[in-house]
Design a protein around this ligand. Structure first.
Ligand code: GTP
Length: 326
């Protein structure tokens, strides 16, 4: 079975980190986001098709270097970003039966095998994973009948217009016939232009429990770090990469990359990429620190993203800033 992973976006909300690293390769628990997504695929998926564009060479290099057990990976170029629908159409030649389409930036507890069993138990041409949120404003919203059939679909409604709190959680299962609805070579949104056409054709929603995080923004990226630390490091709720040295205790929900040196400092709810040096007396909270950053003594950071290779001078204080070279 094939899975298409949509991984061609610019990741503008994760800048400046995405100036140097495409969002699918940004690390959570010292593993690229995309690797968490691939690890969550059911065993039956033996071919992964990365629908890529932005910084595609870095994606190719990553998949050339790692061993992805038993799965063929194709990194397919999209000459220009074609939107979620156009991107799937662009990889049509790789698809020959029921297939998954997954956003590269979703971290969740969905059981993909159970989802596929659900799909196979219905008379489907398409299914979407469903998640409940308090405010559905930024999402695609849909309503299910008592048989989990989708009866209405609404893309990014205003809060007062939304007819339900069930949102599109970003994992689709589709039949190849859905591809016939997508014109080739055009920028097409799957959610806005294709899904509404599927309502009468056997279109279902699959609910699941646990956690769901769209890692599109720094705050949600940190939330994903938290959820994954809870799951994989339940005792310590932090993770220190190989060859890294940390003096003193880390606070909760901190991931430290490899080859870092951290002197006595207060750090919590943060992600520190590889090769970072943090001197003593620093206070770092709710922040993401890029590769090879140097943080001198007594620096205070709260809610910040720090670009790769920056040097923060002694005593600097930043609150809710993106710190990068002008
Ligand atoms: P922002 O620029 O911050 O909105 O991020 P983004 O470009 O990643 O967009 P968004 O988070 O809405 O995209 C959701 C998923 O779809 C991500 O995994 C993107 O990589 C992917 N994606 C978005 N647009 C395209 C596209 O035109 N082509 C392909 N292949 N993937 C896309």
């Amino acid at each position: 079975m094939q899975a298409v992973i949509l991984s061609g976006g610019f990741g503008t909300r994760m800048r400046p980190l995405t100036h140097t690293t495409p969002k699918p390769l940004l690390p959570i628990l010292n593993k690229p986001l995309i690797q968490h997504v691939i690890d969550g695929l059911p065993e039956v998926v033996d071919q992964v098709i990365m629908a890529a564009n932005y910084k595609i060479d870095m994606l190719r290099e990553y998949f050339d270097e790692i061993e992805v057990s038993g799965r063929e990976i194709h990194v397919v170029d999209e000459p220009e970003p074609l939107g979620t629908g156009g991107a799937v159409k662009n990889v049509e030649e790789y698809l020959d039966d029921t297939f998954f389409v997954i956003n590269a930036d979703i971290i969740s507890s969905i059981d993909m095998k159970d989802y596929l069993d659900f799909y196979n138990s219905k008379d489907c041409v398409a299914a979407i994973s469903a998640w409940e949120v308090k405010n559905p404003e930024e999402f695609g919203v849909f309503e299910l009948d008592e048989n989990d059939r989708i009866i209405r679909f609404q893309e990014k409604p205003k809060a007062w217009e939304a007819f339900s709190n069930t949102i599109n959680a970003g994992h689709y299962i589709l039949e190849p016939e859905v591809l016939d609805l997508i014109p080739p070579g055009q920028k097409i949104s799957m959610e806005r232009e294709i899904f509404p056409q599927l309502i009468d054709k056997g279109f279902f929603g699959y609910n699941f429990d646990g956690y769901w995080v769209d890692c599109g923004r720094p705050r949600s990226f940190l939330k994903a770090n938290k959820e994954l630390l809870r799951k994989h490091q339940p005792e310590t709720k932090n993770l220190i990469g190989e060859r890294s040295v940390v003096d003193g205790e880390l606070g909760e929900y901190v991931t430290v990359g490899v080859d870092c040196t951290i002197e006595k400092s207060n750090i919590s709810n943060s992600i520190i990429f590889d090769g970072v040096e943090i001197d003593e007396g620093c206070s770092i909270y709710g922040s993401i620190i890029g590769y090879d950053v140097i943080v001198e003594k007594n620096v205070e950071l709260e809610g910040c993203i720090v670009s790769d290779e920056m040097i923060l001078n002694e005593g600097e204080k930043h609150v809710r800033e993106k710190i990068m070279e002008e």
